[in-house]
Design a binder for this molecule. Structure first.
Ligand SMILES: CC(C)(COP(=O)(O)OP(=O)(O)OC[C@H]1O[C@@H](n2cnc3c(N)ncnc32)[C@H](O)[C@@H]1OP(=O)(O)O)[C@@H](O)C(=O)NCCC(=O)NCCS
Length: 379
C-alpha cells in the first residue's frame, strides 16, 4: 500500500483502541465519571481512599470494606531503607527522575514483583499507591539536608502527604483540598501516561514496569509538567493587570498558554472547576489573594480562545494550590503521579484481562533500494 492510500492518525487523535468500564469522558460537554459516578459528586462528597477503591474494585465500598482498604493503604506506607539509600545517591536529580528510579527499584524489594495475577497486581497497586507519596517526600527531605519524616499510620492519604512535607499535621480544610486534588487526578482514560502503561502491560510486563513507564511519560510538559509551567507563568505575569499583554505576547510568538487546552476536553475541564473553588478558598485562608487574582485575569484574557474549544485545564489551578501549600514547584508533577497510581493500576488490570500487544504501524516515506557504499568510499 502506498503512503497516499494510508490514513494517518497523527497523535492517535480520535482513535479508539479498546473498551473500558473505568472512566468516562465526554470532552464536548465537559463530563468526567469514574465508574459512572460524576467527578463533582466524588470531589465534593467522597475521599481519595474511597475513589481509589471505586476505581480498583468497580463499586463504592461498604464501611467495613473501606476500613479494610484504608488499613492496607496505611500499612504499606513505609519504603525499604535501601530505597532511601538510592534516593540519597541521586538526590540532586529532578523529583520525577528520582520517583521513576525509586519505583523501578522498588520491584527488587517486592516479593510479588513478577506475579501478574489479578490479586497480586491489585496488592502491588495498593502498595504503590502508599509508597509513591513516601518516596516523593523522602527525596524532598533528603535534598534539603534533612532525614525523611516517617509516614503516619493514622492520617488520611492526603493529610499524611502534607504531613511528610514538614512534620506538621495539616488543618482539615487543607487536607480536604489536597484530597480533592488527588481525586481529580486519580484517572483520566487513555491519556499519554495511561496509554503508555497499557502498551507496557500489553507485552505482559509487570505492574512496576508499567507504572515506571507511566511516570516517565507523565514527566513531559505537554502532560503532567503543565502545572509547574503554570506557576512559572503566574510569577512572570506578576500582577493581574499584566495578564492581557502577557497572553497577547505569547499569541504573537505562537507560544501556548500553559494550563489551557486539552486533547479531549473542548468544553470546560470539570476538574478545573473543582480546583478553582479550592484556590479561591485557600488564597483567602492564607491571606494572599494575589495568585488567584492573576489566574482569574489570565482566564479573562483567554476568553477569546473559548470559541476554539480552549479552556482552562486541571493544571491551571493545581499549581497555585500546591504553591500556597508551600510545596516546591518541582514536586508538582510528582503530586500528579501520587494521585494517578490507582488509575494506572486499574488500567493495567483492564489491559491484562483481555490482553493484546499494542502495535500500530508507521507508514514508511524514506528511500528504497539504496546502494551500500563501503565506509572508505563515502563522502
Ligand atoms: C494539551 C495540549 C497538548 C493539547 O493539544 P492538542 O489537542 O494536540 O491540540 P493542538 O496542539 O492540535 O492545538 C490545536 C490548536 O489550539 C491551539 N492551542 C492549543 N492549546 C493552546 C494553548 N494552551 N494556548 C494557546 N493555543 C493553544 C494550538 O496552537 C492549535 O492552534 P492552530 O490550530 O492554530 O495551530 C495543548 O492544548 C497544550 O499544549 N496545552 C498547554 C499545556 C498544558 O496545559 N497541558 C496540560 C494538559 S492537561
Amino acid at each position: 500500500m502506498s503512503d497516499e492510500d494510508i490514513k494517518i492518525h497523527r497523535g492517535l487523535n480520535n482513535v479508539y483502541f479498546d473498551r473500558t468500564k473505568t472512566t468516562y469522558i465526554n470532552g464536548k460537554e465537559g463530563v468526567l465519571e469514574y465508574r459512572g459516578y460524576n467527578i463533582h459528586d466524588l470531589s465534593e462528597k467522597s475521599s481519595f481512599e474511597e475513589v481509589s477503591y471505586l476505581l480498583l474494585y468497580g463499586k463504592l465500598p461498604t464501611k467495613n470494606e473501606l476500613d479494610a482498604f484504608n488499613k492496607s493503604l496505611k500499612e504499606s506506607r513505609e519504603i525499604p531503607s535501601k530505597i532511601i539509600d538510592i534516593i540519597r545517591s541521586i538526590k540532586e536529580s529532578h523529583p520525577m527522575d528520582v520517583l521513576r528510579t525509586a519505583v523501578s527499584a522498588l520491584s527488587a524489594f517486592d516479593e510479588e514483583a513478577s506475579d501478574k495475577s489479578y490479586d497480586a497486581t491489585m496488592r502491588k497497586g495498593i502498595r504503590l499507591t502508599s509508597q509513591v507519596p513516601t518516596i516523593v517526600m523522602a527525596h524532598n527531605a533528603i535534598r534539603g539536608g534533612k532525614d525523611p519524616i516517617e509516614p503516619s499510620k493514622e492520617l488520611s492519604h492526603a493529610a499524611n502527604f502534607i504531613y511528610m512535607l514538614d512534620g506538621e499535621i495539616p488543618s482539615d480544610s487543607t487536607a480536604s483540598l489536597m484530597d480533592k486534588d488527588f481525586i481529580v487526578h486519580a484517572d483520566h482514560g487513555s491519556n499519554a501516561s495511561a496509554f503508555a502503561a497499557r502498551v507496557c502491560a500489553g507485552t505482559q510486563a509487570d505492574l512496576h514496569s508499567a507504572i515506571t513507564t507511566g511516570i516517565s511519560v507523565l514527566s513531559g510538559p505537554s502532560h503532567g509538567g503543565a502545572a509547574e509551567n503554570v506557576m512559572k507563568m503566574v510569577k512572570e505575569v506578576g500582577s493581574p493587570e499584566n495578564a492581557k499583554d502577557y497572553v497577547k505576547n505569547l499569541q504573537k510568538s505562537g507560544e501556548r498558554v500553559m494550563g489551557f487546552g486539552h486533547r479531549v476536553y473542548k468544553a470546560e475541564d470539570p476538574r478545573a472547576a473543582q480546583l478553582q473553588e479550592g484556590v479561591k478558598f485557600l488564597s483567602q485562608e492564607k491571606g494572599d489573594p494575589s495568585w488567584y487574582e492573576i489566574l482569574v485575569a489570565v482566564m479573562d484574557a483567554m476568553k477569546p480562545y473559548q470559541r476554539r474549544g480552549i479552556h482552562a485545564n486541571v493544571d491551571f489551578f493545581a499549581g497555585v494550590i500546591y504553591h500556597l501549600l508551600g510545596i516546591p514547584t518541582d514536586l508538582f508533577v510528582p503530586i500528579f503521579a501520587v494521585g494517578r497510581i490507582p488509575g494506572w493500576t486499574i488500567q493495567v488490570l483492564e489491559q491484562y484481562k483481555n490482553n493484546i500487544l499494542l502495535r500500530p504501524l508507521l507508514s514508511y516515506t524514506g528511500e528504497h533500494q539504496q546502494e551500500y557504499i563501503p565506509i572508505e568510499n563515502r563522502k
